[in-house]
Design a protein around this ligand. Structure first.
Ligand SMILES: [Zn+2]
Length: 184
């Protein structure tokens, strides 16, 4: 009887040790597995269909912008409103992680980094990461800024990105010739 109890206790001990080992190994697997990055609002991501107004002062995509750019956008928006134009901001400040993620996504889409870089700047080179650029969603607003934006120093800076604007000159100054693409 004593032998049976001892054997039973031994089996219980072995089961307990095995369970503990299993728990420990899945715990460390969980720690070492890299969670794929997915941009959030904190990275400046603006969900599609939720474009921001120039007056938004809560979303990180807006609060992360350079003050001069934000002021220029607000003044230009006030003038554009008279023409019934609303600036719908689809992208502003972005974290470097978000920009890296966008570039990775473009590389998957276009097949090579060389082609992807014509459309998406590197985290080191992006004016979105430094808070010096916004993307505008609607065609009417894009065309309005292309025509009148320089009065507030707002310029289209890439020839292949009609939606991308930066504060690139003084108010009333001449915009520099747009660069061909985001590689510039
Ligand atoms: Zn842009």
């Amino acid at each position: 009887m004593l032998a049976v109890a001892a054997a039973f206790a031994l089996v219980l001990t072995v089961v307990a040790v095995l369970l503990a080992m299993n728990t420990a190994s899945s715990f460390s697997a969980g720690l070492s597995a890299r969670t794929p990055f997915s941009p959030t609002e904190a990275d400046g991501m603006i969900p599609a269909e939720s474009a921001l107004s120039v007056d938004d002062d809560v979303h990180p995509a807006m609060t992360g912008l350079d003050d001069e750019l934000r002021e220029a956008l607000r003044s230009a928006q006030a003038a554009a409103a008279v023409d019934g134009i609303v600036f719908d901001i689809t992208s502003g400040w972005r974290s470097a992680d978000y920009q890296r993620w966008l570039l990775g996504d473009a590389i998957r889409t276009y097949g090579t980094e060389a082609i992807a870089r014509q459309y998406v700047a590197s985290p080191e080179g992006s004016s979105h990461v430094t808070g010096h650029a916004v993307d505008i969603g609607s065609l009417d607003a894009q065309l309005w800024i292309i025509e009148h934006g320089r009065m507030w120093g707002l310029c289209q800076t890439y020839a292949n990105e009609r939606w991308h604007f930066e504060k690139a000159t003084d108010a009333g100054g001449e915009c520099p010739e747009p660069m061909a693409d985001a590689r510039g």
